[in-house]
Design a binder for this molecule. Sequence first.
Ligand SMILES: [Zn+2]
Length: 452
Amino acid sequence: MTEVKIGCEFHIQLNTKTKIFCSCSTSSSEEPNTNTCPTCLGLPGSKPAFNKEALNQALKVALALNCKINKRSYFSRKSYFYPDLPKNYQITQYETPIATEGKLEGIRIKRIHLEEDPGKLVHQGAITLVDYNRSGIPLIEVVTEPDFKSPNEVRLFLRKLTTVLEYLKVYHRKSELSIRTDANVSINNGERVEIKNITGVKPVEDALEYEIKRQEKEKNIVRETRGYDADKNITYTLRTKETEEDYGYIYDPDLPEISLTDEMLKESKESLPELASERAIRIIKQYKISKEDAEVLTQELKLAELFEAVAKDISPGLAAKWLRRDLARVLHYNKKELHDVELEESHLKELLKLVEEKKITDQVAGKILEKLIEKPFSPKEYVEREKLIKITSTDDLRRLCLEAIAENLKAVEDYKKGEEKALDFVVGSVMKKTRGKADPVLVKELIKKEIR
Ligand SMILES: [Zn+2]
């Protein structure tokens, strides 16, 4: 068995309106190099001014991750020479970060620090373009201890972390790409290899799986920094022998220390919203749903909000089932995420009310849900217009069953010979005739009665 050890550095763009050391917008929808000023372009003579909102958000994350907060922390200059960094140094926290010693899901968090994002390099064939719109966007770096034992654990952790960030409103699920991971991985206590700059959540797992296989195959693993090519799903050597000392950190003389008072900490603690784990505990109590349902429903803020809005008016058990299973299935099938679709609470409520009152069958409701994630409409009006109310008259159903029996004599014969499944064929035929408007259990009973 290969023993795997992984430690991660997650770089997360905060959700501020302006950059960390200047008042340029952080909006990502502008033309390249338009959200810039002398400070984020690193022009000589420009001075940074620290954005307090970035501090507020970093503090919330640190508290939510159960960290020890350093009341005094500092900014340093990390020197390196690269086109994405016009000053030739990145402002970051090195010697004393804002927070240390946290924990999430049993994984120890070594430190959290604030820093500025460098510009973005865009490679176009032989030429490389630089976009400084990203330069100076506030980042926090969450550094874990090497506590992960598999790539899958890293992915699950990253999902939990994004949930925390989402509840704190410092992160939009839409912008999964705004999280970049550096991962250190070693196997069987061998040399440690760092994979840099993996974007997104699933690619982190893919990159680590590839890298572990590579290390298992190769005899001489050297300490190095590797890149990850997501299209080819491979890691490749970037550089070897590089240590933190190579960056020549020095304190930044242009920025004062960050000093936090007890009041500021208290205020920040009190401003923390209800987090996913707390919400799960509350909704189990409040709505009497299972722990498992509550955990799934609270993983995504929008899903949790949708559930609570719907569960006020219809049976929470029914709401939990439909949101957790049916909605998830429909989204998954259409390769969509909840945050991509315009699903309105009122429409979902109408739909589930029709199910609860047994006016439509589950099958019809499932079909409507598929349409609802395409575009908003009133399920109630739709059901009336398309005449989708459940057929409750057994006379009507019996007539359709007799038709189906006559049309599927072979299946009926097979059933009589003991092939239980053959009957589903006849039931399916009735369901088709009714466009899903019949209760399949009742239809089965009726057919059995007729062919006995
Ligand atoms: Zn600027």
